[in-house]
Ligand binder design. Sequence first.
Ligand code: M6R
Length: 619
Amino acid sequence: MIGGEIMCGITGYVGKRNAAEIGLKLLEKLVYRGYDSAGFASLDGANFSVMKAVGHMDRLYDKLNGSKPKGGAAICHTRWATHGIPTERNAHPHSDCAGRYYVVHNGVIENYKTLKRALEASGHVFASETDTEVLAHLFEETRKTTPSLFEAVRLGLQQVQGTFGLVLISSETPETLYVAARSSPILLGKGDGEYFIASDPRALILYTRDVEELGDDQIAVVTAKGHRVYDLDGVARSLKAQRIEWSEDEAEKGGYRHFMEKEIFSGPEAVANSIRGRLLIKEGNARLGGLNVDGVLERLSSAKRIYLSGCGTSYYAALFGQYLLKQAGIPAEAGIASEFRYSPPIFDPDDVVVLMSQSGETADTIGFLREAKKKVLTLGIVNVVGSKIARDTDAGIYQHISPEVGVASTKAFISQITILSLFTLLLARQRGMPVENGQMIAQSIARVPDLMQSMLSDEGWIKHIADLSQKYVNYTNFLYLGRGINYPTALEGALKLKEVSYIHAEGYPAGEMKHGPIAMIDENFVSVFIVPENGHRQRVFSNMEEIRARYGPVLAVATAGDLEVNEHADDIITIPPIEDTLSPILATVPLQLFAYKVGTAKGINVDMPRNLAKSVTVE
Ligand code: M6R
């Protein structure tokens, strides 16, 4: 399977071309994974060139100042700091005492302190605070008693607890790279008398589409001519050759200023792709092929409860799923994956777990999956094909949207809640929802891409949001409020603003506002209400008045044609009329665009907000 996403980016090259140049070109495609620091090591014969820089990899290019280190083998890394602050000392690659081995690494070495203590006792001197450096010293140590460097790596890795995707380069074997993986993707790309290595296929497609992914606890010994693969016991293995079909364009910006903008505007396409072939309008039902395996549908029909989980935006999608399933009469509960170990759900064997994850590589969600798998049927709603969660769940539904590059989730959330709408329709029909009701819901879902497109093609609507972003850009506090199924929408709207504008924003259930947050309201504290036309909007209007009575500015996302809302809001962004249960899909779009416009108005690189990484692969 083709690997998913993981924090930090790794690349490597061995062949007849300039290795550092190619390794860095590959790395440019991965900077969105982490940009605390970047570095490389390349070998010309037995001579190393090593360079590191703090910050975005542009700093590395500045340092190189146009020079090209010679040599046909190189390893490169862009870092999202876990162990040790972002400094040059902590930047990868890391080396042993003698400077013979350099290592780049993704993942976490859980027993690094124990290993470090033992290595220090044997005389090794460490230069950084990272867990990765332990690997270089460990190989230096094991090499003392092994007949080859391969054996040193193999026996060294047997002592390692935790996760790794790593590449080792050594002056001892200058034309060979050693690549290893455990729960962290690493792909080998075959060229013509050359090999490319990357932790993400998005980089490899620059040079090759013929790839092989290293499995867990496997080591590849890679030269320009070919590679051999072994497991940690030294048994030879073979990898499955695959061809990447993505177009390069799909992973590029396509004329937009930022990936985030492109991804917001591709929301209608994301919904269309997520429902394609799955919506049965005549039958009033949904067909989710990924669930049509090994009795999964039968188990779903008798499931006592659906337990949904995920992190960040994906948790908000899970919460939306909880509201939706319960409204359809299906017992459901959502929980934050990173919290499960402190308050684990008490599972009934007939419960079903649904994990939401764009990347399929989020460590906390994987942790939840590991525990849930022991007890109940687990399903995944995942974007990245072949990612860890996609592989390890019993069955699942792929989002079928192209790669999401912007660090802030946009089209992925839209697609997640669309798929949850299909999932709920399927379960509700299994449990006796009349076909006519199913048809109505299916018809409404089918209309969503066009309704979204009608908003995103309306230049006046977009300009209005841009104007509002100018009006509100200098406010420093926002409360996002919604009731019922639009409470998760409020949470997601607030998270987007926080992530890409660094403005303090909180999502809250509108009814809870008067139980505390109202204390903060004054003329400088903005409230954003999600108030589509539905049975409980009068209660939300009351909440809006409570804010206005305290001079708080009120911005509302409301249904077009709802004239009453004018009386309660200072500013309004409209969405087309739609069934209430689907309103979060439409209401999220202007909230994403508003956050994007505010972030860009502040000059923030919204695709790579500070301190964030696209997928969080540490717990
Ligand atoms: O890849 P996942 O969906 O599992 O990622 C979960 C969260 O890390 C992610 O949604 C995060 O909250 C985003 N930065 C939201 O924009």
